[in-house]
Design a protein around this ligand. Structure first.
Ligand SMILES: [Zn+2]
Ligand SMILES: [Zn+2]
Length: 91
């Protein structure tokens, strides 16, 4: 299964909604409610893929602008996320 396929699963849709409600549909960085994406803080747990078993702590909600900034590692407080953030993909 590719990441794009994973994003279409019912499981992911449920996880995504959980993240949206946890962050009150606001970007964790700038608090906008416009164009939000759930972002995986980490992709593996116990050396295995995190797909289908994400905890809410494994994801964060960003708007498109902050998300893009995070992925290009410019102008964002990376120290806050560095410990867990490895690889980037989004949903
Ligand atoms: Zn934002
Ligand atoms: Zn992302």
């Amino acid at each position: 299964m590719t990441y794009q396929e994973y994003l279409k699963t019912d499981h992911w849709q449920r996880v995504r909604l959980k993240i949206f409600s946890r962050y009150h549909r606001l970007c964790a960085m700038c608090r906008t409610s416009y164009l939000l994406n759930a972002h995986h803080i980490r992709y593996t747990k116990d050396g295995k893929s995190i797909w289908f078993r994400e905890a809410t702590d494994d994801l964060i909600l960003f708007c498109r602008t902050c998300h893009k900034t995070l992925h290009t590692a410019e102008g964002i407080d990376m120290e806050r996320f560095k410990r867990q953030t490895q690889l980037m993909s989004c949903g």
